[in-house]
Design a protein around this ligand. Sequence first.
Ligand code: ATP
Length: 359
Amino acid sequence: MSSLTLQNVSKNFGAVRAVQSVDLTVKDGEFISLLGPSGCGKTTTLRIVAGLELCDSGNVVIGDKDVTMMPPGERDIAMVFQDYALYPHMDVLDNVGYPLKVRGVQRAELQRRVHEVAVRLQIEALLERRPGQLSGGQQQRVALARAVVHPAKITLYDEPLSNLDAQLRNEARIFLKHLQQEVGATSLYVTHDQAEAMALSDRIVVMNQGKVMQIGTPMEIYRTPANSFVASFIGNPPMNLLACQVDASANLLRLGDGAALPFAGLRGSASLGGKSKVTLGIRPEHVTIHTTPKDGCLPARLYIIQELGSEILTVFHTEKQLVTVRLYTDEPPHFPEQVWLELNPAYSFLYDENGQLIS
Ligand code: ATP
């Protein structure tokens, strides 16, 4: 295993700026996900690391070796693709053992190591079958087994679970996390599924339009999104983002409908000087519903209720915007026609007109 560093890596496809000045270090044994919407440059970044794509500028370093111009076969990288890319004419044993075979490992030793991995992945009963005789979930395990049978310096995953149904995906997530705890492979994992990224990763790189938006542990990016893009992308449902006017003379943030939050207690409020408009971000679990008027609260009416089992999501509409409130209850709630929403200032974030967190 090794560390992996991307230094100021950029890649254009004609006018498309697929990857823009990406800086990233994956520490030895660390599992990092690249997370972002379709087309944000995740796969291109991964392919640059694998050597399947050359970057226009910047460097890729594995351990202390610059591999920017090195062919893929010499980089000592294992890859798991979305389509698994299993060899259809080989049985599972030979598929999994392939990385060992090309490294000249003797047959008996190859069989022993494949068997060891197969037991861990619960595919030992499938070793004589061909990929066409396996379910999607089984194929995915075989692909994972092939990636881990020979410890490579870096393991790259490109949406390996995206073909699975929700249940298999959940099982695969548990398995992958456990495998990572056992093996500790240096891993870069591409996904657009935030729950998957949050569940698996030591750290997450949130990308948008080829750029890194934020790098942090799952809890860091959930708790303190560095910009309004991350705030709107991370969390299910995402953060409420509410347009506000800054009333510096009264030290208030006006949300419309007569609702106003005092600056006191709001993080970033000391830096509001000179700003007239900001966006207030608050997670649905940090909004409290009152059924009688309360100072500083936002008047609102019920829009919809989603009963999700372990929690209930309620969406209210104010004069101008929707606000989602999370209730940790399994009791269907009843609300009067009008309610007042209290935004907890300790969990409120202010974003400037460029979407950057005001701190
Ligand atoms: P997805 O989640 O949909 O796979 P992604 O985040 O992995 O998306 P990339 O596949 O890295 O995104 O693509 C980034 C941008 O580069 C996109 O606009 C894409 O259309 C473009 N792109 C990728 N490969 C090529 C190529 N070979 N030629 C031209 N444009 C490309």
